[in-house]
Design a protein around this ligand. Structure first.
Ligand code: HBI
Ligand code: FE
Length: 294
């Protein structure tokens, strides 16, 4: 939580944790990292990302040239769904994160990963946050859902049920899959911003793909050190619409009263779309020491 800033900070963060993006100060090498990551994902995502993601991506002023200027992104994003992107130096405390989301501000890391760690980073950087998250925040349903998560996060914290809520975010906004008429597609930002996991999540026989079920997800621990062992699949994005308005509090109590589930667990009443072979998890047992954010 308190890692050293990855990019020099000319001034202290504001009280709300934000900083100026200082777009003019990005170096040619930093822009080149963006170009590499962007080109890889443009090759990888057609046929893997859902239509809403690809539409949102096209509608944003992102290009292969380099790290985008948040001021230009905000013109489009705000006009579409009322969201804004704000710069932060790295992970911010949960309460600060939720407060921003509840006000339709998405905190985005202002630094970019180094060229020698393209697939491996500990904190969300500008590529994950902007390329991964903003396309779906152009979609009205995701826009409302993420705001509701922010408001719900502040409540869940008071109820001591943050773990249950964070799992919902993880298995939807970060690592969600969607059943589209033409096949299984990704919409989660953690997958969309990762070259290797976008292939793995959609194509690989290793992970389970289960029908999304809110109670089930609230009970399921997740991995932060490797690809997911299980992905939860929505019928369509409107399934999230319902989640933005329900009261989670009684559900937390039910979920917390039941045993927690391992990331690769399968239950008799799971709606299994595709049972995974588990091959990947067998090679990468849980307990790696270095966390990553895809
Ligand atoms: N801070 N910048 C940033 N980005 C995140 O995704 C983030 C965070 N702080 C807390 C947090 N995520 C999560 O642990 C909560 O969703 C629970
Ligand atoms: Fe993220």
């Amino acid at each position: 939580m308190t890692a050293a800033p990855r990019r020099p900070l000319p001034e202290a963060p504001r009280a709300d944790g934000t900083v100026d993006q200082h777009w003019d100060a990005y170096t040619p090498a930093e822009h080149a990292v963006w170009r590499t990551l962007y080109a890889r994902q443009l090759r990888t995502l057609p046929g893997r990302a859902c239509d809403a993601f690809l539409q949102g991506l096209r509608a944003l002023p992102l290009d292969g040239e380099g790290i985008p200027d948040f001021r230009r992104l905000n013109d489009r994003l705000h006009a579409a769904t009322g969201w804004q992107v704000v710069a932060v130096p790295g992970l911010v405390p949960d309460a600060v994160f939720f407060e921003h989301l509840a006000h339709r501000r998405f905190p985005a890391g202002h630094f970019i990963r180094r060229a020698d760690e393209l697939d491996y980073l500990e904190e969300p950087d500008v590529f994950h946050d902007v390329f991964g998250h903003l396309p779906m925040l152009m979609h009205p349903v995701l826009a409302d859902f993420v705001q509701a998560y922010g408001a719900g996060g502040l409540r869940a914290q008071r109820l001591g049920r943050l773990a249950q809520l964070a799992r919902v975010y993880w298995y939807t906004v970060e690592f969600g899959l969607l059943q589209q008429a033409d096949g299984l597609r990704l919409y989660g930002a953690g997958i969309a911003s990762s070259f290797a996991e976008s292939r793995f999540a959609v194509d690989d026989p290793s992970p389970h793909r289960l029908r999304f079920d809110l109670q089930r997800v609230m009970r399921t621990r997740y991995r932060i050190d490797d690809f997911q062992a299980c992905y939860f699949v929505l019928r369509d994005l409107d399934e999230l619409l319902a989640l933005a308005s329900i009261d989670f509090a009684p559900l937390y109590e039910r979920a917390a009263a039941l045993p927690e589930l391992a990331p690769d667990a399968l239950l008799p009443d799971d709606a299994v779309l595709r049972r995974g072979t588990g091959a990947r998890a067998a090679q990468a047992p849980i307990a790696s020491t270095r966390p990553i954010v895809q």
